[in-house]
Design a protein around this ligand. Structure first.
Ligand code: NAP
Length: 670
C-alpha cells in the first residue's frame, strides 16, 4: 500500500515530504502508513508570508469580522468531520475519543466565534478595563488597550489531540488578528493536515492567515522577533529546550508552554463507599485513565483517597478497568484504543517501571505484549508511603497509568496533591462545601483548574479532564506556567496590552467609545429617531430640568410599595448618615429620567435591554430639580436586524452636581 504523503503548506503552496521525511506508524497495526517532513522548507519565506500578507489581511478586519470567519470555519469543519473521524482511527483513537478531539475542537472554535461577537467590539482595538482618571478635573485620563501583534503565532502541538490541539490555539489567534503557522506533532500530523486542508479549501480564511509545517520546524524559531509568539504544547523536556534557546530569551519572544503534569483527583473524606460521590469518583477516574488510552495532559495520574477507603477504591477501580473493552478503535464496542505508537508504548512502560520502584502494581495484565499495534492494558499502582515517595509525584507515564495513595486528613490530602509541583487540574469529589473551600485555599495556587463534583452537579459536569474554551487551561510550575483559553483572556496572548494616556477626546478617538469630558455632538434630531447606522458616537441631548416634589415621592412610594423610611420618615432619614432628611427614591429618579429623555413614538429604538454601572451619587430631596444628559457612548452590531447602542446617562441637580450616572443599553434597528 502506498504511504500517505503528509504535506506542509508554505507561503501559499503545498509542499510534499522529501527524502529525509520521517515515517509515521499506524497505531493499530504497527505498520508504517505515512511520511512527513521536508528539510528544505523555506521557513523564512513562511514567516515573511505570514507577516506581510496574512497579518495585514487579518488586521484590517474587526473582531466581529474575524469571529464570523471562525463560525464559518467551524461550520465547514463540522460538515466535513466524517473524513477526520475516518482518518483518526489510525492514531489509536476511538469514536468517543474523536468526540473530544474533533468535535471538541470544532466546539471550541464556535465558542470563540460567539464570544468574539458578544464580548469584543466591532472594531480593531480592544479596551481592557475602565477609564482611569489621572488628573483632578478629568482632562487627563488613562485606558488600557489591546492591539494585535504584528508578527506570527507559531503553534507547536502535542500528538494526542491533532485537531483540538490546533483549533484551541488557532481560534483565539485568528480572533486576535494574528496569522498562524501550525506545527503538529509528527506522529499524528496526517490528521491535522486534513483539517488544515479542509479549512484552506473552504476559502474562508484570507491569504497568509494559516500555514502548516508537517515534520520539523528547521531553524524557524531562531528567526522570530518581538512581534511573534510561540504557543507550545508538549512535554516539559521539549518546552525547556525550546524556551531556553538564547534567541528566544534574548529577544523576549513570548513563549506560552502547556506541559505535562501529574494531575490528581481527591476522594473527599465524606465520599466513602456507598455514597453517590464514591461511585462518581470511580467512574471519573476510570474514564480519565482510559480516554485516549490515558494520553491526555489532564488525565488523573494520582488518585488520593482517605486511608480507610484505599482498599475499596482499588477494588472498585480494578473491577471497572477489567470491564473496559480494549481493541480496534473503529469497533463501536471498543472503549479504549491503542497508544499512538509502539515507541510511545515503550516509553509508558519505562515510566511505569520507574513508578513501580515506589509503588506496587495492583492492576494490569500483559494481554497485548505480543500485539503488533500499540495496545496496552491499564495499569494501577498503590503507593503506601506517598510522603517519602518522589517518582510517583514527578513521573508522567503518558498512557493508562495511575497511582492510588491514602491520606489521613484534608491537610494531608492538600500536601499530597501539591507534591505534583504544579498541575493543569486537580479534582475533588465531595459533597461537603467546607472540604471544597479548604482545598481551594490550600491547593488553588498549585493548580490551573480545580474541578469539584458531587451528586448535585454530576449530570451536567463536563469531566475532570476537559479543558473548556470558557475557562483557563494551563498551570504553574511543572505544567508549564502558561495559560490558554479562558474566553477573551486567551485572545490576549496574541495581542499587546498598552497603557494609553491623554485627554478625553484622544482616548475617545482611539477606543471609538465616548468618554466623559470628550466632545459632545449636538444631536440634529432626537437620537431615538435615528437608526443604529445614523446615530453617532458622542451625539448628546440635554433635557429640560424637572422639579421633584414631595407628592412625587409619596405617590411613587405608595404606587410601588417602596415605603422605606428614608423616603417616608423625616426623623428616621435624618438619623441615617447618608441622608439630610426624606429623599427621593433612586428608582423614581431613573423613571423620571426615562420620561425626560425618551422619544415616545414608534421608531428605530426597539427595546431597552438593561442598565450597567448604575451609581447614585447624591441624594435628591423634594424641591430639588434634575436634568438629564444622554450621550451615545458605543455601538455594537448584534445581528442582521439590530445593534446595541450603549448610552451614557448623567442626572444632575440644580447646582450641576451629579446625582446619578449609568449606562443604558438599547437595541436599535439598522
Ligand atoms: P513532545 O515530544 O514534547 O512534542 C511536542 C511538540 O514539540 C511536537 O510537535 C514535536 O514535534 C515538537 N518538537 C519536539 N522537539 C522539537 C524541536 N527541537 N523543535 C521544534 N519542535 C519540537 O510531546 P508529545 O510527545 O507530542 O506530547 C506528549 C506530551 O505533551 C505529554 O507529556 C503531555 O502531557 C503533553 N501535553 C500537554 C498538554 C497541555 O495542554 N498541557 C496537552 C497535550 C499534551 P515532533 O513530533 O515532530 O517531534
Amino acid at each position: 500500500m502506498s504511504l500517505l504523503q503528509v504535506n506542509s503548506f508554505a507561503a501559499g503552496t503545498w509542499i510534499a515530504p522529501d527524502a529525509n521525511a520521517r515515517d509515521i506508524e499506524n497505531a493499530v497495526t504497527g505498520e508504517t502508513m505515512a511520511r512527513a517532513g521536508n528539510s528544505s522548507l523555506d521557513v523564512e519565506a513562511m514567516l515573511d508570508h505570514a507577516r506581510t500578507v496574512g497579518g495585514p489581511n487579518l488586521r484590517k478586519l474587526t473582531f466581529h469580522d474575524r469571529a464570523r470567519m471562525l463560525k464559518a470555519l467551524a461550520s465547514h469543519l463540522n460538515d466535513n468531520k466524517q473524513a477526520l473521524y475516518d482518518l483518526s482511527f489510525a492514531t489509536g483513537a476511538t469514536q468517543s475519543d474523536h468526540l473530544i478531539d474533533i468535535d471538541g475542537g470544532i466546539g471550541t472554535m464556535f465558542v470563540f466565534a460567539s464570544k468574539g461577537r458578544r464580548e469584543m467590539p466591532d472594531n480593531q482595538v480592544y479596551l481592557d478595563g475602565d477609564i482611569e482618571q489621572l488628573g483632578r478635573t478629568g482632562t487627563f485620563l488613562g485606558q488600557h488597550i489591546c492591539t494585535p501583534l504584528q508578527g506570527v503565532a507559531v503553534h507547536i502541538n502535542a500528538f494526542n489531540f491533532p485537531v483540538w490541539g490546533m483549533l484551541e490555539k488557532l481560534a483565539p489567534t485568528i480572533l486576535a488578528g494574528v496569522p498562524a503557522i501550525v506545527k503538529p506533532a509528527t506522529a499524528t500530523s496526517y490528521v491535522t493536515e486534513l483539517a488544515v486542508r479542509l479549512m484552506l479549501d473552504s476559502g474562508i480564511l484570507p491569504e497568509g492567515a494559516l500555514q502548516l509545517v508537517s515534520g520539523g520546524l528547521g531553524y524557524m524559531l531562531d528567526r522570530l522577533t518581538l512581534q511573534d509568539v510561540v504557543s507550545f504544547t508538549g512535554s516539559a523536556q521539549t518546552a525547556l529546550k525550546l524556551r531556553s534557546a538564547p534567541h528566544i530569551l534574548k529577544h523576549s519572544i513570548r513563549f506560552t508552554a502547556e506541559q505535562d503534569s501529574l494531575n490528581a483527583s481527591i476522594l473527599g473524606p465524606d465520599a466513602v463507599a456507598g455514597t453517590p460521590e464514591f461511585e462518581l469518583f470511580i467512574k471519573e477516574v476510570q474514564r480519565e485513565m482510559t480516554t485516549k488510552a490515558g494520553q491526555k495532559c489532564t488525565a488523573v495520574r494520582r488518585i488520593i483517597a482517605p486511608q480507610n477507603q484505599v482498599d475499596a477504591v482499588i477494588a472498585a477501580l480494578s473491577e471497572r478497568l477489567s470491564k473496559t473493552v480494549i481493541g480496534d478503535p473503529s469497533d463501536p464496542a471498543t472503549r479504549m484504543g491503542a497508544l499512538v505508537s509502539n515507541s510511545q508504548k515503550r516509553d509508558v512502560l519505562e515510566k511505569a517501571a520507574i513508578i513501580g520502584t515506589e509503588a506496587e502494581q495492583v492492576y494490569g495484565n500483559d494481554d497485548f505484549t505480543d500485539h503488533k499495534g500499540a495496545f496496552l492494558s491499564p495499569m494501577l499502582f498503590h503507593c503506601a508511603a506517598p510522603d517519602t515517595a518522589v517518582r510517583v509525584h514527578d513521573t508522567e507515564a503518558f498512557g493508562p497509568v495511575s497511582t492510588v495513595m491514602g491520606y489521613r486528613d484534608i491537610d494531608h490530602a492538600i500536601a499530597l496533591v501539591n507534591k505534583g509541583q504544579g498541575s493543569l487540574v486537580a479534582s475533588v469529589i465531595t459533597h461537603d462545601p467546607n472540604v471544597a473551600r479548604e482545598v481551594a485555599l490550600g491547593a488553588g495556587a498549585f493548580h490551573g483548574r480545580l474541578y469539584f463534583n458531587n451528586r448535585d452537579s454530576m449530570k451536567e459536569s463536563t469531566g475532570h479532564g476537559s479543558p473548556l474554551p470558557h475557562m483557563v487551561h494551563g498551570g504553574p510550575g511543572r505544567a508549564g506556567g502558561g495559560e490558554e483559553l479562558g474566553g477573551v483572556r486567551g485572545v490576549m496572548h496574541y495581542m499587546q496590552r498598552t497603557a494609553v494616556q491623554g485627554s478625553p477626546d484622544i482616548l475617545a478617538a482611539i477606543g471609538d467609545t465616548w468618554v466623559d469630558g470628550a466632545l459632545e455632538k449636538t444631536a440634529l434630531a432626537h437620537p431615538f429617531t435615528r437608526t443604529f447606522n445614523q446615530v453617532e458616537i458622542g451625539e448628546t441631548i440635554n433635557t429640560d430640568p424637572r422639579v421633584v416634589t414631595m407628592e412625587d415621592i409619596e405617590h411613587f412610594a405608595n404606587f410601588t410599595g417602596d415605603t422605606f423610611y428614608a423616603h417616608m420618615d423625616e426623623a428616621a432619614a435624618k438619623r441615617n448618615p447618608f441622608f439630610p432628611g426624606r429623599v427621593a427614591h433612586g428608582y423614581l429618579l431613573l423613571s423620571f429620567a426615562a420620561g425626560m429623555f425618551v422619544e415616545p413614538n414608534e421608531g428605530p429604538v426597539l427595546a431597552n435591554t438593561g442598565l450597567d454601572n448604575l451609581r447614585f451619587m447624591k441624594p435628591v430631596q423634594a424641591g430639588d430639580s434634575i436634568q438629564v444628559r444622554l450621550t451615545v457612548k458605543k455601538k455594537t452590531p448584534r445581528n442582521e436586524e439590530y445593534g446595541e447602542v450603549r448610552w451614557h446617562v448623567t442626572l444632575s441637580n440644580q447646582d450641576t452636581e451629579k446625582v446619578a450616572e449609568y449606562e443604558l443599553l438599547t437595541m436599535n434597528a439598522y
